[in-house]
Design a protein around this ligand. Sequence first.
Ligand code: C2O
Ligand code: CU
Length: 499
Amino acid sequence: MTKARLGVLAACLATTAIVLTLGWAWHTSRMPATYAVTDMGRPDYGGGPRDAGHHGSSAGHAGTSPGRSEVVSVRDLVEARSTPADVTVDLVAAKQRFRLASGRTVDGYTLNGSSPGPLIEARQGDLVEVRVRNESVPDGITLHWHGVDVPNAEDGVAGVTQDAVGEGEEHTYRFVADDAGTYWYHSHQVSHRQVVRGLFGALVVHPTRHSLGEGDVLAVTHQYGGVRTLNGREGDVPVVAPPGRRVRVRVVNTDNAAVHVWSGGDFRVLAVDGTEVTGPTPVQQRYLTLAAGGRADLEVRVPRDGSAARVQVERSTALLVGPRGSSAAPAPRPPGELDLLGYGSRGDLGFDPARADRRFDYRIGRRPGFVAGRPGVWWSINGRLWPDVPMYVVEKGDVVVMRIENGSGEAHPMHLHGHHAVVLSRNGVAASGAPWWVDSLHVRNGETFEVALVADNPGVWMDHCHNLQHARDGLVAHLMYAGVSTPYRVGGEARNEPE
Ligand code: C2O
Ligand code: CU
């Protein structure tokens, strides 16, 4: 054989090898039509034991922690109380053309005819019961209680904790609102379409019998078709409050991207992701970055000169809190950012993260390959593409430390269901302010966070990016308690499609 022929042969062999490798990658990335998320990925025990039961029935959790051989179904992880509900809400979901409070018409989804859906208010400790009927959403719906650590069966993830609620069907959620704070709810079926187009609402849990009013207002931000709104309105949105009044403004970011929030004057950050900040000090000339899915309660004071306090959400929308007819000077975004890593005064975490039972890595990257048979450049977790991603396995009672590292080239708002985690450090710098508890954490490119949590809520929990398009493109993993199984399947007859 001549040298030239040898060269051609080598090239042919190389090409065949590449084609076979690609073919294999494509083949293995294709998903069966129906599958259990608990069968996906690779179990990661975080250096802890592989069997359930190492905490035994200690710590007073007897009867709720699965033993070594018992298996608990997600279906049975419900609210224990059989007492009547304190708050009952009936919701009807529809796919329709509807009018926002701003007057603009949108093609999307509503709850009780509007988007945002009705505000749900409860008092801390209330049993909340929400019955939702799907009137006309062809893909089916669910409701997820974003930031509320509900029992797993109430978490509203299609194909993981329930089946999607089909057209003409209904579903009832029951949970105790144990923690006061600002939360929201949204569909977790085909969420990258349904949430973006309106299937969500706010949930506020008050510490006492109380409802929103002059001293306590809501600011739900959402972009409908690229137009930013606050509570469905555009531009400057007036809210009536008397001069001198301190007002808690509950900002909820329902978008896929972070928003910047600031005030014309001073403000304090009273709460982040539903948890009160200890020792919040006045913030001057700084803006706050609110992760997608995140919430922050800001306190502003209505000026005494008859003007309004301005709470600006991005450049295009603001709440003007003041006497009827009042106005406020425009407020450009301040140059500096408020860093929550050192904001407020230190407080007790209630557990010791130094004594972690398990340590996990959640390394977000990006690389070429196939996700669900589609070629592209995809988000990776620990170097691998969905569904070949880690299944973080814990046991009830574990103290868990997770390192979230983002080298993917873009920011990701990371959201863990069913738990709150506390930030220990960012890029190696230890947190020095109030305990920074999050359920939605904005992780910028190049950043590494260490967060810690106590695994105290058995189930199978999503841990995903809340840029819902990113989730749809595979930035999804799960935290699973050993000994918990789910009877629900992604795909299947209910056509469950959580992302
Ligand atoms: Cu706000 Cu997995 O969701
Ligand atoms: Cu993302």
